[in-house]
Every structure is written in C-alpha cells, then in structure tokens.
Design a protein around this ligand. Sequence first.
Ligand SMILES: Cc1ncc(COP(=O)(O)OP(=O)(O)O)c(N)n1
Ligand SMILES: Cc1nc(C(=O)O)sc1CCOP(=O)(O)O
Ligand SMILES: [Mg+2]
Length: 371
Amino acid sequence: MKEADYYESTNGVVVMVEPYSQKEQIQQVVYRILDANLDRTREGLRIIEEWCRFGLNNVQLAGECKYLRQELAKWHTAEIRAARDTVGDIGTELSHPQEEQRSGIKSLLQANFCRVQEALRVLEEYGKLHNLNMGKAFKQMRYRVYTLESNLMGYQRHQLLWRSHLYLVTSPSDTLLATVESALKGGLTLLQYRDKNADDTVRLEQATKLRQLCHAYGALFIMNDRVDLALAIDADGVHLGQQDMPIAMARQLLGPQKIIGRSTTNSEEMQKAITDGADYIGVGPIYETPTKAGKAAAGLEYVRYAAQNSPIPWFAIGGIDANNINDVIDAGAERVAVVRSLMQAEQPTLVTQYLLSQLNRVKPQQESIQN
Ligand SMILES: Cc1ncc(COP(=O)(O)OP(=O)(O)O)c(N)n1
Ligand SMILES: Cc1nc(C(=O)O)sc1CCOP(=O)(O)O
Ligand SMILES: [Mg+2]
C-alpha cells in the first residue's frame, strides 16, 4: 500500500503526490490481486495448452485452452495492469518444495489445473469487488476448466489404453507389490487387481497401494468386478464379466472418462459389449486355464474373429505364456492379458520385456502390405 503523504521527484521537479483515500488504497490492492491472478491463470492455461497441442495433437482441447486465455485477456484492462508492483511483491520469493517436483506429464498437468482453478476462484471472489459481471464470468470459466480437466485426463487415459499391448491381471500373492513393480519396470502399462476372496478392507488397502504404484510408473489401474471399490480408490476403470454389473449401469456410476472392460467368449457377447459401450474387451479363454477352472476354451478361432471384427482394443486371455504367445499373435492378436505368466514368473521384468517384444514385432503380413 502507498504511504499517506510523500514527495516524488520527476525530471528534477518536486511534486506532492496526493495520498490515496482508503477506498482507493483498497482498490489498488484488489487490482494487484486481479493482475497477479489473471497472469497466473493465463500461464497455467498456456502450459496445459502446449501439451494438448504438441503432446496430444488435439485441436479441440488446445482450442478450448486458447479460447479461455482469450476470454481472460478481455478482463486484463490497463487499469488492472497499472497496479502491478512486482518489486514490492513479497510473494515472488515464496515457493513450496512441491512446486519443484513433477513426476511426469500427469503430475505437471494436475499441478497446473490446480493452479488455474485456484486463481480463477480468487478472480471470482475479488472480481466481485471490481465488477459484478467479473465474478459471474470467472465462476463460469472455473466450471469450464473443470470440464477441460476431466476431458483431458479422460483422453489421456484412453490413449494409454490404446497404446497398451500387455495387460497383467493379478492373483493373490505374498509378493504382490514387488511382482507388479517388476512388471512395471519391464514396461507394463495396464494392470488389473483381481482377488476373488479377500475382504473388502484388504482389497481396498491393496488396490490403493497398487493404484499409487501404477500411477508412479505412468500405468493404468483397473479394478476387477467392483464398481464401488473402483470409485472409492479412484481407479482408472473397472473390468466386468458377463455375470457382473451391466455396462450402462457402471457407466452411469463411473462417468464417461473411466475405462470399462468386458469379458467375452463368443461373437454375440463381443457385439453386445461393443454396442453397450465397453472401452475394451477380454477375448477368451483362448486356452483352458486353472486360473479360470471349468471354463471351456474359446480357442484361436475366436481370436481370428476378434481380429476381423473388433473396432475397440481387445485382449486375448487365458493360458497365454511365453511359449504360445506367437500362436496367439499369428492368429491376429495385438494385445494379450496374462495372470500366471507374470504372477508366477521368477523374473517378471524379463518376462514382461519378452512378451512386449513379441507383441511389438512387425507382423509378416503387415510388412508385406507396407512393402
Ligand atoms: C482382461 C480380462 N478379461 C477377462 C476377465 C474375466 O472377467 P470375468 O469373466 O468377470 O471373471 P473374473 O475375472 O471376475 O473371475 C478379466 N478379469 N480380465
Ligand atoms: C481371469 C480370466 N478370465 C478369462 C476369460 O476368458 O474371461 S481367462 C482368465 C484367467 C487367465 O489366467 P492365466 O493367464 O493364468 O491363464
Ligand atoms: Mg468378474
């Protein structure tokens, strides 16, 4: 705030500066707050926009960031800018260790969304002191930013699903976390927590730890069977079998951004899963397996059908291991899900790397088409 009475020398001429009235002093402070938070919002949006533009090549998301920046600029008037006093701002030296830490793009985006939303809230509250419409405009903008965040995070999640070729479904294990971490180190990007017998307290505890671990490695975390637990621990999605909750009901509970997977054993189930809005499907069991004892094998014929007919990602599952994965790939699979191959592996990192290397290899027919 300015001193009450003081003199200022301009071009050698001594002039007396009229002291601000108390009302004017408060107005100057409000302008400084508005100025700082308009800048903060614009900078945060720009950081998010760059990722939408260069990282995702997504015109809609980048366009929305740009639109919000332009709306913001309309409020950044000359009188608000004139109140800026960077030298006298005691806040420029303040920082928090968390501001220095960014574990990846997701944490960078989340930190900047947080910054933008906080700044918009400040603009909304202090803006009301300046102009009633400003409060309303920034409230609307804050809701638009929430929608942008949800769309962007959902988009990233679905992109990662499409990029995932190996899916580990867990089984109960004394070394659950260590095994999963080994697979993540090998490049795993998709994990499902499956324990058919544990108590919910145990499930919640293990799922929370696994979700944190997956996110630390930039991998997706899916909950088997249980929409309520998926919601409780903020999983990336849920996997539902034919006997589990209908997809439409799960979608209502989870919203459009979360992933819903569906098991299928034949073409009818596959077509229904697709029309019901599944994000991916399980295709199996390809071979009979003790992990799902008593379920008849659907066989490689069903893999061939899926390869020709599924417009969404699908994972061949059931009895797949390092010895037979190439038969499954040759039948048309680009993605597989496994339990025992990784959960019982002595070196899950190496097995993950091997399975991924097979899934990533260029298939002979594709090679000949390209040449
Ligand atoms: C990727 C994937 N595909 C299929 C299944 C099996 O789901 P479901 O039929 O519901 O059987 P349970 O796993 O619940 O025993 C799956 N879990 N994951
Ligand atoms: C959980 C599950 N679902 C299947 C299905 O076909 O829907 S097969 C399966 C178990 C797969 O385990 P493994 O890799 O140890 O054979
Ligand atoms: Mg199930």
